[in-house]
Design a protein around this ligand. Structure first.
Ligand SMILES: Cc1ncc(COP(=O)(O)O)c(C=O)c1O
Ligand SMILES: [Zn+2]
Length: 414
């Protein structure tokens, strides 16, 4: 493996062959650094295209394995990039796409991160992992840990979506419902990990979840090239990403740097847009106030549970990427993001998670303000399936009908 671990803030190198969490000097995230010059001649877009491996592990040369056979995989990645139909409120966008991460095992993009992190944890001989989660990461963690034969202890807020709690419970993992936020869950993991021998799998507090999520950036370049019939890899003008801990945004930004170093793309970059909920927007606030580190967002509340992250250890990495890309950060209200889910379902056939509804509504806001131009290539990340959030969508339009005496209120389609 041509990889080393360096602190994302102070640069200090850490041993790769033993379990690592945050930088031992400054307590910031560690990032994997590959010897890209050593693999450049054999790792090319054409080589990737020819591989038959049907998962994100087709990018294994820039992931923490020597051989893709080592991967703990359930078939994650290779999600579709869907071109939006120009219908209803979507009609004004000429080149709008959805990268639909709901196709992943366990129904969300968290599968990518967990596949990579559990692969590395298992390779290092770890037997028991623990993590706080907003819900989807928990579902992914228990599944990949089960696949690898590891034990999992999970800490989730007690109002986490029922679907997430159930998917964890059925795997016989140790699930703790905490009367607090994800930050309180994280504190419990920190406090008890030594006593119980847990490896802390919190996002960005171990170095490999981001390595899994960065594959979204690699894939996107191939997807977009295919969409435009180009043999050269292509990046969009704008990426909208629903931001909690920010691992996906940081990962994609890292992927673009690696791809440039490999000679796959030039110095062009998409404008990165972080979308948060009005009720929990630490990154948007820090962006607007010109700060590099975000303050804890007090009384965080939103139905988009993946966005209910009041403090993120990778805040500076996100804010650096947003600024370097000439991107922006904005909020969407809960009412609007739920409406966004209905727009995506009714006009695009995609039953998105509320976080996906949020990025769509944010794209509309940015088009209306002129920040996005109608002809620009824009990618929305739908990070998970709406099916995990059925509790937010009690049916409002269904009508009862008597099959013996059917009465219809609507008109015939002519
Ligand atoms: C569906 C969904 N979207 C977005 C996020 C935020 O992801 P990230 O931590 O990469 O910012 C989460 C996190 O839980 C999520 O579950
Ligand atoms: Zn450091």
């Amino acid at each position: 493996m041509h990889v080393a671990l360096h602190c994302g803030a102070c640069g200090l190198e850490h041993a790769i062959d033993q379990p690592q969490n945050l930088c031992t000097s400054c307590q910031k995230p560690l990032l994997a650094k590959y010897d890209l010059d050593a693999i450049k001649s054999r790792f090319t877009p054409d080589v990737v295209r020819r591989r038959s491996l049907r998962s994100m592990w087709r990018f294994w040369d820039v992931m923490p394995v020597d051989d893709p056979q080592e991967a703990v995989s359930l078939g994650e990645g290779l999600t579709p990039l869907l071109r939006c139909q120009r219908r209803g409120p979507f009609a004004d966008f000429e080149n709008l796409f959805i990268k639909d991460e709901s196709f992943n095992p366990t129904g969300s993009f968290k599968a990518r991160g967990m596949s990579a992190a559990v692969t590395r944890a298992a390779a290092l001989g770890i037997k028991h992992v623990a993590l706080p989660s907003a819900g989807n990461a928990a579902g992914a963690a228990v599944s990949y840990a089960a696949r690898a034969g590891l034990r999992t202890s999970l800490f989730v807020p007690d109002d986490t979506p029922p679907a997430n709690i159930i998917e964890c419970d059925v795997t016989r993992a140790d699930v703790y419902l905490v009367n607090g936020l994800i930050s309180d869950c994280g504190k419990l993991v920190r406090e008890f990990r030594t006593q119980f021998g847990w490896f802390d799998l919190s996002t960005l507090k171990e170095p490999f979840r981001v390595e899994g999520k960065k594959t979204m950036g690699y894939e996107l370049a191939f997807d977009l090239a295919d969409a435009f019939g180009s043999s050269d890899l292509q990046l969009p003008d704008v990426i909208l990403y629903p931001t909690g801990g920010g691992t996906g945004l940081i990962g994609m930004w890292k992927a673009f740097d690696e791809m440039q170093h490999l000679g796959w793309i030039g110095s062009e970059r998409p404008r990165m847009v972080a979308v948060q909920a009005e009720g929990c927007a630490p990154i948007v606030r820090a962006f607007q106030q010109g700060e590099r580190f975000a303050k804890l967002f007090e009384n965080a509340a939103t139905v988009a549970s993946g966005l209910r992250v009041p403090a993120a250890v990778g805040d500076f990495l996100m804010l650096d990427a947003i600024r370097a890309s000439h991107g922006t950060a904005l909020t969407v209200s809960d009412e609007a993001l739920l409406d966004g889910v209905r727009d995506l379902a009714s006009d695009q056939g995609v039953y998105a998670c509320p976080e996906g509804g949020a990025v769509w509504k944010a794209a509309r806001q940015l088009l209306e303000s002129g920040w996005i131009k109608p002809e620009e290539r824009v990618v929305l990340f739908n990070t998970g399936s709406g099916l995990k959030y059925n509790h937010l969508f009690p049916p409002t339009r269904c009508k009862r009908i008597d099959h013996r005496n059917p009465q219809f209120e609507h008109q015939a389609t002519t």
